[in-house]
Design a protein around this ligand. Structure first.
Ligand code: FUB
Ligand code: ZN
Length: 640
């Protein structure tokens, strides 16, 4: 079977403005509180000073973990995306000045090495071990991870500002990587922590799209070598020098997905962030050269990760000891579930959505965003969760962490949100997320404006209005989420027949200015059952409404961990603008007749330390499912 990936292009950040009652306030907090908070803490803790020490030819004295450089670059990528989205001119000016300061320090450090090599930890602490060579430990040093984050930040910075100062540093370093590693006589070195794979693909695509960048570099850049290096990295995984693993006894070579060649891997293994970013890079590379073998591997790994190893919140990485995937259906309630891993899976889902134009992938992007990702930051925006278990006796969010990897990852995905809403191909426009916005895109040579108005995920109705210079025939594909039963569409007030194919309701017609589409996605409260092989969830139900997973907190319910759902919980919902920044609360009955109330999972941990639970026991006999579950199901709406 040829997989025939479809390949959509995202409508980029620059062409989408978000105006949405759910997301706009959260994004405002993200850019006005979280971003400055993260930058200030990096500055306070010496993450930028590391570059100055390298610039000044010092040794020792590196601050923070070896991947600190990467975290700074990731935050710079997020800042660039915020600039690209053009929220406000004053903010852009402020970010511009701040990034210029950072770039000057980074570029000065990079100038120390004649080849542009830059990894402040290795340079200050282990100068003889570049890329883990000469007996070094690249799992610890993060040379290539940091390089990848630099390259990625530079690409986003160019796209946001048109400036090439960071790109020069990144392109020089990327060229050096291509000189050092690859087929013989180069070295067989592969990134210990994925991320550079997708980054180099992005760099390659940027130069291909904007050939004038070559002149601005001031040195020759052979971008085809970047792509070759990515393919080398992907294909050499599991057979390169310096492979891990005795240092990670609990999972051996699976830790860094090194246990066998990637294209032969069947299951999502090892460190969950590494895995998710590796798979994202695999899809990115697959798209460029239409590599059927890569697509097949990506589909297999996605299928295993999502249908057997992912929690209902879209989080992955159940196992604390190596921050990684456990075996199929091992989904304990107190699982580890690092925020970064939910973000990484979000990137993977988005890449798969674009590759296959299938709404099932965007369903999972949505699941991650609204649950596993968003819960990683407090509603005020300046405290965080690293772990996101589905039950606890009460946890405090932290203001900062010895390994502050999650805030930058969270900033990256949420700053890019605008670019996940719409995608297009030559036949039409796909709406993947229901987020109020205005988008401009070019279809068949015509500039089309589309406005989306919605109060999703609280309300059921979403409306779209078109504006075009002249009528044009194309397809509008609206994602109908897998959990949704009874979606309805009206075009200019008249009910439309919706044929749902590959997860989208497809409306093909000649559109003209003023055309109006109304979509109704029913949002009943649903009880969700896990696959019977998920031992931890047997006889239990989770509550969802639309894409939101709900949780009970002790502050609202005396003993959420003991609570037993009534056989018929008689759900009600109430919009509470005064609670947790505005949420729709779900209420229902317990087996003893008392009432309980639940809040969206993303809003937990914002009212002090209080017990919390997602999976609730219910009075039905322990769930002996007589229904045959298909391989594609991990969760389904429980028979009521
Ligand atoms: O190693 C870099 C990042 O730090 C990983 O992605 C996270 O899991 C944390 O270990
Ligand atoms: Zn993290």
């Amino acid at each position: 079977m040829y997989l025939s990936p479809h390949a959509l292009s995202p409508v980029p950040l620059q062409d989408v403005s978000i105006d949405d009652p759910f997301w706009s306030p959260k994004l405002k907090t993200l850019r006005e509180v979280t971003l400055p908070d993260v930058l200030a803490k990096f500055e306070r803790d010496g993450a930028l000073t590391n570059f100055d020490r390298v610039r000044d030819h010092q040794t020792g004295g590196h601050s923070g973990p070896p991947w600190y450089d990467g975290l700074v670059y990731e935050t710079m990528r997020a800042a660039s995306d915020i600039m690209a989205a053009h929220y406000d001119a004053a903010l852009n000016a402020e970010l511009h000045t701040r990034l210029e300061g950072y770039i000057a320090r980074i570029a000065a450090a990079a100038a120390v090495d004649p080849n542009g090599y830059l990894n402040t930890y290795t340079q200050l602490e282990r100068p003889e071990h570049r890329f883990g060579q000469n007996g070094g430990d690249q799992i610890w040093q993060h040379d290539l991870y940091n390089a990848g984050a630099l390259i990625e930040a530079a690409v986003h910075h160019v796209r946001a500002t048109g400036q090439t100062n960071l790109l020069r540093v990144a392109a020089r370093y990327a060229s050096h990587l291509s000189d050092v590693m690859g087929p013989q006589p180069r070295r067989n070195i592969v990134p210990e922590h994925p991320l550079p794979e997708e980054a180099l693909v992005k760099l390659y695509l940027l130069f291909r799209e904007q050939p004038t960048l070559h002149e601005a570099m001031g040195f020759p850049v052979d971008v085809s070598r970047f792509l070759q290096l990515v393919e080398f990295w992907l294909e050499q995984r599991g057979r390169y020098e310096g492979r891990v693993p005795l240092s990670i006894p609990q999972c051996g070579a699976t830790y860094a997905q090194d246990h066998q060649p990637l294209l032969q891997q069947e299951t999502a293994e090892g460190h969950a962030v590494r895995a998710a970013l590796l798979y994202t890079g695999l899809v990115a590379a697959a798209m460029v050269n239409r590599r059927d073998d890569y697509f097949r591997a990506a589909l297999r790994l996605w299928d295993n990760a999502v249908h057997r190893r992912m929690h209902i919140t879209g989080s992955v990485g159940s196992n604390q000891s190596y921050e990684g995937f456990g075996p199929d259906y091992f989904l304990p309630e107190d699982a580890y579930l690092e925020t970064c891993a939910a973000v990484g899976m979000g990137f993977f889902h988005q890449a798969m959505t674009l590759a296959f134009a299938n709404g099932r992938f965007a369903d999972e992007l949505e699941r991650s965003l609204y649950n596993g990702v968003l819960t990683g930051v407090s509603l005020k925006g300046d405290t965080y969760f690293y772990e996101n278990p589905l039950t606890s006796e009460g946890r405090e969010r932290w203001a900062w962490h010895g390994c502050p990897c999650c805030p930058p990852m969270l900033l990256k995905i949420l700053s890019a949100l605008g670019s996940y809403i719409y995608a297009y191909d030559e036949t039409g426009l796909y709406v993947n997320l229901y987020i109020g916005s205005h988008a401009t895109f070019n279809l068949q040579g015509k500039t089309v404006h589309l406005s989306q108005r919605t109060a999703y995920p609280w309300e059921e109705e979403t409306a779209f209005t078109f504006e075009l210079p002249e009528p044009a025939r194309f397809e509008l594909a609206l994602r109908i989420p897998g959990w949704c039963i009874g979606a309805q569409v009206k075009v200019n007030g008249r009910t439309a027949d919706i044929a749902v194919r590959n997860g989208y309701a497809r409306l093909i017609r000649t559109w003209q200015t003023g055309d109006h589409v109304e979509l109704r996605l029913p949002l009943p409260v649903q009880r969700i059952e896990a696959h019977p092989l998920v031992e931890a969830a047997r006889g239990k139900r989770a509550i969802m409404r639309g894409p939101l997973v709900y949780a009970m907190e002790g502050i609202d319910n005396p003993r959420p961990t003991d609570l037993i759902l009534a056989a018929d919980p008689r759900f009600t919902t109430e919009w509470r603008p005064d609670v947790l920044g505005g949420v729709r609360i779900v209420r229902g009955e317990s087996a003893d007749g008392s009432r309980w109330s639940a809040i969206p999972f993303y809003a937990i941990g914002n009212r002090g330390k209080t017990p919390m639970r997602v999976w609730l026991r219910q009075t039905l006999a322990p769930n002996i499912s007589t229904v045959q579950w298909s391989q594609e199901e991990l969760y389904r709406t429980a028979a009521l």
